[in-house]
Design a protein around this ligand. Structure first.
Ligand code: MG
Length: 159
């Protein structure tokens, strides 16, 4: 019998000066970047939490504590490769991932295809199994005010 599970991930990071903006493993030219212990790739963090959630393996805070100096400045795409390996060890295959970035600025559309390809490569799946979207929140709330960015992701895994 096929076992299918879904998971959801959500993450937020604050925008600040003096940091690179990394989303889906892509460095995006912008005057602000996301603040965090790792590279603060909010999209990749949401994707990892969706995968871990689907597999019943907790969340990224449990696997990569932000108090651990090993993860200072960490490349989140490498962490996603690790999460993928964890799932694989337990016999899970990734069916698909759908994710949405919430950001007022900059315009992310030109970078979306590369984000999807990068996430798919890290998860070892075909690019058409990964969908990345971006939206503004119409200048409402903290993303609308440009104080931070958020990301949602859902993942389907199959055994
Ligand atoms: Mg995070």
């Amino acid at each position: 019998m096929t076992d299918m599970r879904v998971g959801h991930g959500y993450d937020v990071h604050r925008l600040t000066t003096g940091r690179k903006l990394i989303l889906g493993g892509q460095e995006i030219p912008f005057e602000l970047g996301l603040l965090g212990h790792s590279d603060a790739d909010v999209l990749t963090h949401a994707v990892m939490d969706a995968l871990l959630g689907a597999a019943g393996l907790g969340d990224i805070g449990r696997h990569f504590p932000d108090t651990d100096p090993a993860y200072a400045g960490a490349d989140s795409i490498k962490l996603l490769e690790y999460v993928t390996a964890l799932l694989k060890e337990q016999g899970w295959q990734i069916g698909n991932v759908d994710a949405t970035i919430l950001a007022q600025r900059p315009k992310l559309a030109p970078y979306i295809p590369a984000m999807g390809r990068c996430l798919a490569a890290a998860m070892g799946v075909a690019a058409d199994r990964v969908n990345v979207k971006a939206t503004t929140e119409e200048k409402l709330g903290f993303t609308g005010a440009g104080e931070g960015m958020a990301a949602h992701a859902v993942a389907l895994i199959i055994k």
